[in-house]
Ligand binder design. Structure first.
Ligand code: AMP
Ligand code: GLY
Length: 426
């Protein structure tokens, strides 16, 4: 099967690595990819939001399956573009319709969807310019802390947790009146703060059935002990010790099943990954957010624990036959630790040579590239998050220690990583 995978991060390297092991995949193209994905297939220079360019490439290379890594092309309607184009509509497509991607693309859509289908989530109200005054009053009176969320995609920056009413009102005004997040904050969701520990749960769904993938926990803050600025993710572990069978049964019964049934009932086309950002509040799961894709860096621990052929699963998903297949999962723990550029998540430089890289397809650890590029015989840093090392272990502590030992041998100017990933599970 001729496959095109869209994206360029560590998530896509992990997907490409797994797809490349499938007997079905030949050839595998990754657009635009990075120096790591180039070891698993052929990188092609395509803008992943240029639908015509993607469509033309699929036609000229006779692509039979498209898999979308990041949310942006999905939220912009790439699925619908394929389905409305005669030459492209037969291509197997992994990723939801524009409507389905609204679960991530619009917080207000997601909250209303959860309300319709009785999925547990924080209480909320939504406001826009026409309800601004009412919103100010609501925010002022809201118990603290209060959470403000820009409705649309805001590069992971659109959520503000406010500790004081003064701050909350000021942020609310900035979002709605000064377009702090541009178009994304034309609407604002105001919700109650939930106290608990977060985890990421993923399914692959065909819009009717779903397969539950291994759960994971990511570490978003730049500093050890979960301090400092938010990042795209500094590491992840899987499994998550507190995700016990009874807890996960609750997650399926109260959250996953009603969500998938809701998509089905509302006739929303959804054949792809769905990511449930959950919080465990005294043993009860609540949805913090939906994403219409896999997480990064969670994918770098989830995919290495999957034993089942991924391309076979994708085919079953496109045929709405996921009820006929089974997943097998490696019982071992996996941990990934992300190496980032000096200055990230603020301003950083790129183009430094990465030294000490080992072959990525070792049996016990994998080096997944996030922001790298090939420069002749050298591999250079090309982003804030540069690469992550995933290792297996008997438990999380062991897996993290293995990744840290590999990272000791890798080096680039200004390299930084957290050495406390998984700290609460030691
Ligand atoms: P999001 O962009 O929706 O993932 O939100 C970013 C982060 O903000 C989440 O990972 C949580 O840590 C935090 N967050 C969002 N909503 C809430 C909430 N209602 N209560 C507590 N924390 C929240
Ligand atoms: N690691 C969280 C995300 O991918 O959104």
């Amino acid at each position: 099967m001729r496959i095109l995978l869209l994206g360029s991060g560590g998530r896509e390297h992990a997907l490409a690595w797994k797809i490349n092991q499938s007997v079905w995949a030949n050839p595998l193209y990754i657009a635009p990819g990075n120096a790591g994905t180039a070891q698993c297939g052929k990188n092609v220079l395509l803008d992943i939001t240029d639908f015509d360019a993607i469509g033309n490439f699929c036609l000229s290379e006779k692509i039979e399956m498209v898999i979308v890594g990041p949310e942006e092309p999905l939220v912009k309607g790439l699925y619908d573009y394929f389905k409305s184009n005669e030459g492209l509509q037969k291509i197997y497509f992994i990723g939801p319709s524009k409507n389905g991607a609204q679960l991530e693309g619009s917080k207000a859509f997601a909250k209303a969807f959860m309300q319709r289908h009785k999925v547990p989530t924080a209480k909320y109200r939504e406001f826009d310019a026409s309800s601004f005054e009412e919103g100010v009053h609501y925010v002022k009176e809201h118990p603290l802390p209060v959470v403000l969320k820009a409705d649309g995609l805001a590069a992971g920056k659109g959520v503000i947790i406010c500790q004081t009413s003064v701050e909350a009102v000021s942020e609310f005004e900035l979002m709605l009146q000064k377009a702090k997040f541009g178009e994304a904050s034309r609407k604002v969701v105001v919700e109650e703060f939930l106290e608990g520990i977060e985890l990421s749960v993923f399914v692959l769904t065909d819009g009717k059935n779903y397969l539950l993938l291994p759960e994971a926990k990511d570490y978003k803050r730049i500093g050890e002990g979960d301090t400092g600025l938010n990042t795209g993710g500094m590491g992840a572990v899987s499994p998550v010790p507190f995700a016990s069978p009874p807890f996960m049964q609750k997650v399926e019964r109260k959250i996953i099943k009603p969500t998938i049934d809701g998509l089905h009932k509302e006739e929303i086309d959804y054949k792809g990954f769905l990511f449930f950002g959950l919080i465990n509040v005294n043993g009860e799961p609540y949805v913090i957010e939906y994403n219409c894709r896999l997480g990064d860096p969670e994918t770098e621990v989830v995919i290495p624990r999957l034993e089942t052929d991924l391309v076979g699963l994708f085919v079953a998903a496109t045929q709405q036959e996921l009820d006929t297949v089974k997943l097998t999962v490696d019982e071992k723990s996996a941990a990934t630790v992300m190496a980032v550029s000096h200055g990230y998540p603020g301003i950083y430089e790129k183009g430094f040579e990465i030294r000490g890289l080992k072959k990525a397809d070792n049996k016990n650890f994998f080096i997944f590239h996030s922001g790298t590029k090939q420069d002749g015989g050298r591999i250079l840093t090309n982003g804030g998050r540069v690469l992550c090392v995933t290792s297996y272990g008997k438990n999380i502590k062991g897996a993290v220690a293995n990744s840290l030992a590999i990272l000791e041998k890798i080096d680039f100017d200004g390299m930084y990583y957290r050495s406390d990933i998984g700290y609460e599970f030691k």
